[in-house]
Design a protein around this ligand. Sequence first.
Ligand code: HEM
Length: 360
Amino acid sequence: MDIDTIKNNLTGWVKERYHVEPFMDLITKKTVPQHKHSTWYYFGGITLFLFITQIITGILLLFYYKSTANTAFDSVKFIMTKVEFGWLIRSIHGWSSNLMVFTVFVHMFSTFFLKAYRPPRELTWVTGVFLFFLTLGTGFTGYLLPWNELSFFATKVGTQMAGSVPYIGDFLRTILRGGEEVSDATLGRFFGFHIIVLPLCIFAVLGAHLAFVQLQGMSEPISVKNGKEKKSIPFFPNFLLRDILAWMLALGVLASLAVFFPAELGKKVDPFAPTPVGIKPEWYFLWMFQALKLIPSKVFIFDGEVVGILGFGVMGLILLILPFIDIWSRKEKRNLFLTLLGIFMLAFIVVMTVWGLIDN
Ligand code: HEM
C-alpha cells in the first residue's frame, strides 16, 4: 500500500465519523501576511512552545517535589543531586519560565506597536492581557517553592507590596500568605495556585486566544494595509514549518542556558532570621520594586507606596482596555499618542529594570 492510499483511507475513516471539514478548510485556506514586520508573528508561537515546556517539565518535577515547609528544600535538593537528570529538568523549568515571561513581554509590546489589537481583534488583545497577568502570577508563585532564602524573602517583600493596595491591601496580603506571615500555609497555597489554579486559567484563556487568532487570521500593520503590494504565504504547511523552526531556535537557546547556567538552590531559609540586605524579586518584578524604592515616602498627603501601587494598577487597566480607548482605530489612522504611551511604558519598564539590577 502506498503512502497516498494510507492517507486517503485514514482521512476517509475520520470524515465518515466526524464533521471535520470546516476545521480542515480553516487550516488549509488560511494565509499569513508577509511584510517587513512579519518576524514579530513568531513570538506568540515561541511563547506557546515555552508554555508547553513548562507543563511537561513541571509534571516531571512534581514526581519528587514535596510541598511543605519542612520538606520542600530537601526534596528540591534530592531532585538536583539524586534524581537522574533532575538538575537538568529543574534548570529547563526555571530558564523556560524566564524566557516565557520575556517572550510574553515582546509579544505584547509588538502587538501593541503593530496595532494588532484594533477591531476586530479586541478580544484577542484582552485575553492576551489576562495571559500576561496569569504568566506573571505563575512565575511569582513558583519562585517560593524551593523554600530557600532568596525565594522566601522575595515572597515576603512581594506580598508586603500587595498589602499597600488601598482598602483591600491587608485582606489581600493575608489571603496570599494564609496568615500574618509567610509560612507553611503560604507555601501550600502558592503550590496549589502554581500547579493547578493558574495553569488551568491559562489553558482556558489561551484556548480562547488561539481560537480568535485562527478564526480571524493575522492582522496587517496599517502601513502594509494601505500599501499596494501584498504578499502572503499559506499557514499550512509553510508558516507552520517556519513556526517549528522558531521553536527549534528557542529550544537551542533554552538548552544552552539550562546546561551552561544550571539553576542554583541557595541556602535553606531560616524564617526567623531578619530579611537580608539587598534582597530583590525576580527580574520581571524588579521595575515595580525599583520604582517603589524611588518614590518618596509621602507624595503630598498620600503614602508613597500606595501612589506607586495605584500607578501600576492604572497601567494594567490602560493595557486591558487599550482597544476601546484607541479612538483612531475606526478611521484606520495611525495614532501618535498611543504609540508614545507604549514607548513610555516600555522605556519605563526597561530603565527601572536595569536600574534595579545595578542598584544595591
Ligand atoms: C501565554 C501567553 C500567550 C501565548 C501562548 C500567545 C499565543 C499567541 C499566538 C500563537 C498567536 C498567533 C501568532 C502571533 O501573532 O504571534 C497570538 C496572536 C496574538 N496575541 Fe498572543 N499569546 C500570549 C499572550 C498575549 C499577550 C500578553 C497579548 C497582549 C496583551 C497578546 C496579544 C495577541 C494579539 C493581539 C494577537 C494577534 C496578532 C495579529 O493578528 O497580528 N497575546 N498569540
